[in-house]
Design a protein around this ligand. Structure first.
Ligand code: CP
Length: 301
């Protein structure tokens, strides 16, 4: 796995995914290790981020590496017209690994083709967010005690939400059942439903969040305002689902509410103190999952 890109979750086998999860468990037990000494990691964020960038940077810091990069493309020479190819070629000269978020689908794959160092995809448009998926899998396994045979209800913007796309593909290794809850405008794209059919994964689709009583995981998502061409369309659906504490009353005891965050109005603050709310711990798990990804990609374990 040394010097290997981490662009799509489908680039990794089930065994490799489980290996990364096991490593993340080790990092949770022992997060401060000096295994990245002498390594420089670049974080190139062409789109805003709080959790992904800061948890990657925390991961590097806790492992003794150094960080360069930018959190706002306006402060980079891409604002002067430099191409992505030139930016990636240049940064390959400075860093041992590039972690990149970009608004264009496929940007990470393209970067991996031109880079002289491994690329970790920190989100490419509405396409994939594989490092989020690793922390999601870690959180699911930690709270459920297993990954196999779970009912996962995905709610919200299933069209533009890259986290649900990556998670769906990763869960295909673990015999899941999905319930997709979205308005007509934001349904799970056909390519992912076809993926389910091709992998014999049962799924149902609903427009109402009426029955979540048999879910093991309730995966809430934000409506991705930044992906809408027409903000009037966003206004129509922006507050389509809000989870309130009372709605968790008749749910499974093992249910956990996940959300990649940031949330806007999808989860009421009255859910935060419910023991079934797991989204803040989920984000914390991002440090361990990302420590595992970086160390595997660089082959320092
Ligand atoms: N989950 C996630 O990607 O959050 P950020 O946009 O804050 O990085």
């Amino acid at each position: 796995m040394k010097n290997r890109n981490f662009v799509s979750i489908t680039d990794y086998t089930k065994d490799e995914i489980l290996e990364i999860l096991d490593l993340a468990e080790e990092f949770e037990q022992n997060p401060n290790q000096n295994i990245l000494e002498g390594k420089v990691i670049a974080t190139l964020f062409f789109e805003p981020s709080t959790r992904t960038r800061l948890s990657f940077e925390t991961a590097v810091n806790r492992l003794g590496g150094r960080i360069i990069g930018f959190s706002d493309a306006a402060t980079s020479s891409s604002s002067k017209g430099e191409t992505l190819k030139d930016t990636i070629t240049m940064v390959s000269n400075y860093a041992d690994l590039i972690i990149m978020r970009h608004p264009l689908e496929g940007a990470a794959r393209y970067a991996a083709e031109v880079a002289g160092v491994p690329i970790v995809n920190a989100g490419d448009g509405a396409n994939q967010h594989p490092s989020q998926t690793m922390l999601d899998l870690y959180s699911i396994r930690k709270t459920q005690g297993r990954l196999n045979n779970l009912k996962i209800t995905m709610v919200g913007d299933l069209k533009y939400g890259r986290t649900v796309h990556s998670l769906l593909m990763a869960m295909s290794h673990f015999n899941p059942t999905f319930d997709f809850i979205a308005p007509a405008e934001l349904q799970m794209p056909e390519e992912y439903k076809m993926f389910c059919r091709n992998h014999h994964i049962p799924y149902t689709e609903h427009a109402e969040m009426s029955d979540i009583s048999d879910a093991d995981i309730l995966y809430m998502t934000r409506v991705q305002k930044e992906r809408f061409q027409d903000l009037m369309e966003y206004e129509k659906v922006k507050n389509i689902y809000t989870l309130h504490n009372a709605m968790l009353e008749n749910t499974q005891p093992n249910l956990r509410v996940l959300h990649p965050l940031p949330r806007v109005n999808e989860i009421s603050c009255d859910v935060d103190d419910n023991p079934k709310a797991y989204y803040f711990q989920q984000a914390k798990n991002g440090v361990y999952a990302r420590q595992a990804i970086i160390s595997k990609v660089l082959g320092v374990r």
